[in-house]
Write a protein that binds this ligand. Sequence first.
Ligand code: C5P
Length: 320
Amino acid sequence: MDWGDGGWVGQEGCTIDELKLTAPAKVNLALYVLGRRPDGYHKLWTLMETISLADEVTLSGATDDAVRLTATGRPVPTGEENLIVRTARLLRERAGVSKGVDIHLDKVIPIGAGLGGGSSDAAATLVGLGRLWNLGLTENALMTLGAEVGSDVPFFVVMQLRGGSGAAVCRGRGEQVEVVEAPSPHWYLLLLPKEGVSTAAAYAALRAPTRLTTVPEKAKKTQEAYERGDVDELRQRCHNDLERVALSLSAGCRRAFERMVAAGLPQAAVSGSGSALFCLCGSREEAEGYAGVLAQHQETDGFEVVASGPNGQARPAARL
Ligand code: C5P
C-alpha cells in the first residue's frame, strides 16, 4: 500500500521489546451533524479535546506470529470484537509483518460513553506497533489505516504523535483532522452512567438533513472561544446535535443530566453520542468541587463521578 508522504515516525534501526502507551479519552466540545452522506455516515464538524481519563495499552513482542489481547479493569471483549485486535491484525496484514504481539489493555474509559475509548486504544495500537515493528510509517499512513478502523481513530493517531494530548477540529465523517491550540488545557467534571449508548443507534435515531450544508458560523465562533481560552463563552457555545438522541436513548444519561441541572452546575453537556456527560471547568478546584457535590448521588443514580484534568490526573470522586 501507499504509506503517504508525511513525516517519518518510526525509529529506524532501533529494536524495542515492550512499549506502554497512554490512550486518552476525548470530549466533544461541539458536534454539528451537517448531513447524511450517501455511504450512510454523517458529515460532521466537531471540536474534540483529549482528557486525562485514559486507558493503558502495553505491547510486547511475541515469539510466535499470533496477535493476543488480555485485559484488566472494566470488562471488555478480548477477541476480534475488540478494535485493538482488529487494528493489530489489519496493520500486520497491510505491512506484511510476520511477527506476533502480546497486547495488554488496562481499561479505564467506560465503553459506549462517547469518550472515544475504543478508538483511542486502536490509535495507540497503530502508533505503538509502528514503533515496535519498526515500520517507519508516516502520519498520513497511520491516519488512513486508522480511518478504516473507525471515524475517530485518525484524531487519536494525531494526538498520539503529538505527545498524547491536544485538541482538533475534525471534519468529513471525523477523519479530517485540523489541530487547534488552547492557551491552557481544561479540567472537566465527568458523569459516567453505568449503561452506554451505541453510536450507530444514536445516528440511526437522528433525523439529520440529507442535503450537505456548510459549517455554521456558530461552530467557527466556538473554535475562536476555544483558541482564546474563554471558558465562560465556550460553555455557552458547547453544542451537540446528538445530545437529544442520547438523552432519549438512555435513562441513565437523562438521570445524570437532570442531577447536573438540579445541582446548579454552569453546564451539562453530552459527549459525542453519550452516555457520558461533562461540565467544562476553569480550574481543578472547580472540577473537584462539583465532583464532591455530585458524588453523593452516584450510588442511587447509577453513575460515576470523575474530575478529569490535563496531566494524567483523572481521579474518581470517591478518592477526592
Ligand atoms: O466510524 P465508527 O465505526 O466509529 O462509527 C460507528 C457508527 O456511527 C457507524 O456505523 C455509523 O452508524 C455512525 N457514524 C455516522 N457518521 C459518522 C461517524 C459515525 O453515521 N461521521
